[in-house]
Design a protein around this ligand. Structure first.
Ligand SMILES: *Cc1c(COP(=O)(O)O)cnc(C)c1O
Length: 443
């Protein structure tokens, strides 16, 4: 107890590890989280007692308080950045339906077994079926680990030792130093660049075709825009120009919209891109589609078969939990990313006012402001989305991020902004709780 004098030598009174491990609540935690993890926590608590920062009598409570909620260290974070698909925050939050499907598939599961016959079954057939149902213009599909893997597979299977024709304006760096042209070249494909940074014409593509052409590649510049004196060749025009040449047209659309989205008129989608004449279309599963990390390849049956039979496919295929989550995302209720995209400014303001009421009642200097949001690395660069933020003094940002339930907002004009456009309405209460907790710790 803090009102008792500290013992002469705190080291003497440090509780032993096995004594602490024998405490029923600690023992239960060791069974759930693993003995080594709990021992690490115990060692830290013993260190604090030794340093006379903690009375020995509080050891058990301190251990229980310091235990992580799960054996993994990744923690749920409230995304108040205003960036809907935030790469640093794990991109798309999964729908409850997808999370349930993952849980169901996580143990031993019939991912490659036909339970009716007892024979080996095709892997991922249900997820593929869901993809084909969602994108009727596709004849066939496969799923790999991410869109970069899809590009690597396509470049290897269609372009190794041959040429991939691509516009100079589409040689994109996707983030963290990764560049699509370098990725393509590591597969042993040669890039045949056409046009200039700002302009390319159908004739440029046509002149580049030859006996060595493996494919023509169109990459959606999903994280930048080029404005001014520009010209690109749309998929439809390019497909028309390639007709009869036998050269496949592959379009990487990035974001994974299944169909055109009214709020994102510039963003290409899988269905329209195939309908316009692409032979294969590639996208991520965890951007605007709102599902698990995955790379989707859809299109012509013969080309998809070539990819599936390529040895590299085996190194890139996805696991049972990804297949489960993808299927549930496609067949289940509207996933969170799509809900966030659909949010209206009036709703956002009403939500923000409800949060504000709780904060001002506690005497916190808070306000509600309009604050633009964006889709994020996932697509639609420079396309502003309406957003509404709770504004707080700047000093809130760091403690909120480091709190029990971390909240990531951003600083603007010396205020901490918590933008609700990127947060599920069901998390508003937890956001307010986190702010109240920070404020309570200050008083
Ligand atoms: C994001 C993106 C990629 C990379 O996708 P990952 O799923 O992150 O591998 C590739 N191409 C485009 C056009 C993208 O937008």
């Amino acid at each position: 107890m803090s009102d008792q004098p500290a013992p002469e030598d705190p080291r003497r009174s440090v509780p032993r590890t096995d004594a602490l491990l024998a405490e029923p609540a600690v023992q239960a935690a060791a069974e759930r989280l693993g003995r080594e993890l709990v021992k690490d926590v115990i060692a830290r608590v013993q260190g604090r007692i030794r340093a006379a920062e903690l009375p020995a009598a509080d050891a058990v409570g301190a251990v229980l308080d310091a235990l992580p909620p799960t054996a993994g260290s990744l923690r749920p974070v409230l995304n108040a950045t205003g960036v809907l698909v935030h790469t640093n925050l794990g991109r798309a939050p999964l729908s409850p339906a997808a999370i349930e499907a993952i849980t169901a598939a996580a143990g031993t599961t019939d991912v490659e077994l036909d339970l009716a016959t007892g024979r080996r079954g095709p892997r991922g057939e249900a997820a593929i079926g869901a993809l084909l149902a969602a994108v009727p213009a596709a004849e066939a599909a496969i799923v790999v680990n991410n869109c970069a893997a899809a590009l690597a597979l396509v470049a290897t299977a269609l372009g190794q030792g041959r040429e991939l024709v691509i516009a100079r304006g589409e040689l994109v760096e996707i983030g963290d130093g990764f560049r699509i042209p370098e990725l393509l070249e590591t597969t042993g494909a040669r890039l045949r660049e056409v046009g200039t940074t700002n302009r390319v014409a159908l004739e440029d593509y046509r002149r580049a075709l030859g006996p060595d052409t493996g494919a023509v590649l169109k990459v959606h510049p999903s994280n930048f825009v080029v404005r001014g004196f520009t010209r690109a060749v749309e998929v439809g025009e390019l497909a028309g120009g390639l007709r009869g040449t036998g050269v496949p047209l592959v379009a990487d659309v990035g974001s994974g919209l299944l169909r055109p989205h009214p709020a994102l008129p510039e963003e290409p989608d899988l269905q329209s891109t195939l309908a316009a004449g692409a032979d294969l279309v590639l996208s991520s599963g965890d951007k605007l589609l709102g599902g698990p990390q995955a790379g989707l390849v859809l299109g012509r049956t013969d080309l998809v078969q070539r990819l599936r039979r390529h040895p590299l496919y085996r190194a890139l295929r996805v696991d049972k939990t990804t297949l489960a989550a993808l299927e549930a995302t496609l067949r289940g209720p509207v996933p969170p990313v799509q809900q966030l995209l659909a949010a209206q400014p009036d709703e956002l303001r009403a939500r923000a006012r409800a949060v504000l009421e709780r904060l001002t009642a506690a005497g916190i200097d808070a306000d509600v402001v309009d604050a633009p949001a964006r889709v994020g690395g996932g697509g639609a660069p420079e396309h502003p989305l309406a957003g509404v933020a709770v504004s707080l003094p700047a000093g809130f940002a760091e403690p909120l991020r480091r709190g029990q339930r971390p909240v990531v907002g951003y600083l603007e004009d010396d205020r901490t902004l918590l933008n609700l456009r990127s947060l599920a309405p069901a998390d508003d209460a937890a956001l307010a709780d986190a702010v109240l907790e920070v404020a309570a710790a200050w008083t």
